[in-house]
Design a protein around this ligand. Structure first.
Ligand code: SAO
Length: 397
């Protein structure tokens, strides 16, 4: 047997083993992720450099085709009907041209988002089915409109600035959307897009870790918190959206003394449909004086990465002015980027933050610089590996 034949025989054997491993690990999520990580590493090793470049060149196309199918209603139509439909039928029920559907569907079929049961006949797959869940269909449209539009235009925009670091508005978002507004104001002006954003944020909770199930809550917050005073505030979630995080905290720590407060902008607070009454709601703009003084914990998740340094320092100073010395703690739950070899997801998130909010993900050194400028001192960077967010515990200096 030639060495080439031998090699192909080995690959066939491995393919069979891999197939059976895939089936086995479908029941065990840790094993599945382990196997997926391994195959991704192997893919990176096997892909020729020119193939990598081509993959990047061709990467915006399928997401754009999918956005067309979402907006045309084809995705929901196929998932809801649960049976194959021809391009002609889809064209009649969704209103777009038949040939446009055929062309947009080709890459999506190749990627497994849909299946082609016959010529120009399509059916949904688990990918399109999961995509129609509100957090994903909302999140997809939000990210496409807010981020993809801005990213496509970003190189040209940055070139026009002489490649200046983005650290204030206007930035790529304002340029590509032709608006002086930041993303949050843009959302407030567009209620359906705001609903997409809220669904996206609430839905992403399912896949993200809670700080209180990851780090020692007793040591960080509960030990030393006021127990006798019924008015004392244990924890405020500043910019907490519709309250999903602080409500989850309450569920896990229902009997701890002290009030729980949710703060966000009026349109968010006024839009809350259901929230445990144990959580007090307060409309508040974090660029103004913090009204709750001397709370034990001032908690912010995914807030500072939305803002350039200057705005972060203003938000931090407003909190610092309300903190009680030797008692209050600032708790920031965000990415703490490693100085080197940042995993792909947080590295991309950093570019995303630049594109949509003129914001950024930060390293330990950058966090330390910010907090120092606001008169705060880091007690500890609590970390759970480079692949997940960390908690920054800080106090008044
Ligand atoms: N000036 C502001 N004052 C208070 N909240 C704001 C302000 N600007 C933006 N936000 C809120 O900041 C939040 C950022 S998204 C993060 C939401 C939540 N902490 C979570 O991690 O899921 C949104 O809910 C915004 O409405």
């Amino acid at each position: 047997m030639s060495s080439t034949e031998d090699l192909h025989r080995k690959i066939d054997t491995l393919a069979r083993e891999l197939q059976s491993l895939c089936a086995e690990s479908a029941q065990d999520d840790a094993a599945r992720k382990n196997l997926l990580g391994l195959t991704m590493k192997v893919t990176a090793e096997l892909e020729a450099p020119i193939e990598t470049v081509w993959r990047m060149i061709m990467s915006p196309h399928a997401p754009a085709a999918l956005m067309v199918m979402i907006r045309m209603g084809v995705v929901t139509n196929l998932v809801q009907s649960g049976e194959p439909k021809t391009a002609k039928e889809l064209s009649m029920s969704c209103g777009g041209d038949e040939l446009l559907i055929v062309r947009m569907m080709r890459p999506l079929v190749a990627l497994g988002v849909f299946r082609e049961t016959d010529v120009q006949t399509y059916t949904s797959t688990p990918i399109s089915e999961v995509l129609t869940a509100p957090p994903l269909i909302g999140g997809y449209q939000l990210m496409f409109e807010a981020a993809t539009r801005s990213l496509a235009n970003m190189p040209k925009y940055l070139e026009s600035t002489g490649f200046k670091h983005v650290n204030s508005a206007p930035g790529p978002f304002q340029d590509s959307h032709n608006t002086p507004d930041g993303m949050f104001q843009w959302l407030i002006n567009d209620p359906p897009m705001m609903s997409n954003f809220n669904a996206f944020m609430a839905g992403s909770l399912e896949t993200r870790q809670d700080w209180f199930s990851t780090f020692p809550v007793d040591e960080i917050l509960l030990n030393g918190a006021s127990k006798g005073d019924p008015e004392s505030v244990l924890l405020i979630d500043i910019g907490g959206g519709e309250g999903h995080d602080i409500e989850a905290f309450h569920k896990s720590f229902a009997n701890v003394p002290g009030k729980l407060v949710l703060q966000d902008l009026p349109p968010i607070i006024d839009n809350i449909k259901s929230l445990d009454p144990a959580v007090l709601r307060q409309s508040y703009d974090f660029f103004t004086e913090q009204p709750v003084k001397g709370a034990r914990g001032y908690y912010l998740r995914n807030i500072f990465h939305d803002w350039p340094d200057k705005e972060c320092v203003v938000i931090m100073k407003n909190i610092a002015a309300a903190m009680k010395p030797n008692y209050s703690k600032l708790l920031i739950f965000e990415w703490i980027l490693p100085a080197k070899d940042t995993p792909l997801y947080p590295a991309l998130l950093d570019v995303n933050m630049m594109a949509v909010l003129n914001g950024m993900e930060r390293t330990e050194t950058q966090w330390t610089q910010l907090l120092t400028q606001a008169g705060l001192e880091i007690v500890k960077f609590w970390k759970a590996g480079t692949d997940s967010e960390g908690l920054i515990e800080a106090v008044l200096k």
